[in-house]
Design a protein around this ligand. Structure first.
Ligand code: NI
Length: 226
């Protein structure tokens, strides 16, 4: 499932993060991929060890963890601290698949990438091109979102960022290991949860709502790895 989650960051939070990271030194993004990836990647990244990157990353992690729709869709077990990238002057990232097992620098902990997330830190009118394009069984989906919104998609998908032909595209990106590894099961749980929320909002806590909530948790008990 690909899902657009709006307003994860407020405009003030986007401004605060941009002020932190815009002033930091950016380096060539090719440093962080293997030789095959390096041929197809032309962007800038922030070194995760920089204090500005760490502060911005912490704020995003806090906001994401508190967001009910993100939680419902991702069912996160572990989230890798967000990183930052920037595309300008024709910069692009060719079609690729993200690595299956990720590690955080300086930490022994590893994470299986079930979901890839891009959080936009600039407005669509700030640049031309730069669409995140994700391929799945239903074709190619081009994504460009308002600042503060994120897109979440299965890490198994092939995806690319098309060349930025004007302006600058600044985003955060990160990976999630979900409690529910299988995308179809995770999607079914998300849709069931959203239906329960909407029934509860319109009808109150009826006995059918309670029964559906029990079905939700029984499915989680069957499928969750924690
Ligand atoms: Ni990628």
């Amino acid at each position: 499932m690909m899902l657009h989650v709006p307003e994860v960051l407020s405009p003030d939070e986007v401004r605060e993060i941009r002020a932190q990271i815009d002033a930091a030194p950016w380096s060539d993004g090719r440093a962080t991929v293997g030789s095959q990836g390096a041929l197809r990647k032309r962007n800038l990244q922030l070194d995760a060890a920089l204090p500005a990157a760490q502060a911005a990353s912490r704020l995003i992690l806090e906001r994401v963890q508190l967001h009910p729709q993100f939680f419902s869709a991702a069912l996160p077990l572990r989230i890798l601290p967000p990183l930052f990238n920037r595309y300008a002057d024709g910069g692009e990232y060719g079609m690729h698949v993200d690595g299956s097992v990720m590690s955080q620098r300086g930490s022994p902990q590893r994470l299986r990438s079930d979901l890839s997330v891009t959080l936009f830190l600039c407005e669509p009118e700030d640049y031309e091109g730069g669409e995140l394009t994700v391929s799945d069984t239903y074709g190619e989906h081009a994504v460009k979102l308002p600042a503060g919104d994120l897109i979440l998609y299965p890490s198994s998908s092939l995806h690319r960022v098309t060349p930025v032909t004007r302006g600058t595209r600044t985003c955060a990106f990160f990976w999630v290991q979900s409690m529910v590894r299988d995308d179809a099961r995770r999607t079914a749980l998300y849709e069931l949860d959203q239906t329960i929320q909407s029934l509860r909002a319109s009808l109150g806590e009826t006995k059918e709502c309670v029964a559906l909530t029990s079905h939700y948790h029984n499915l989680m008990r069957m499928w969750a790895e924690v």
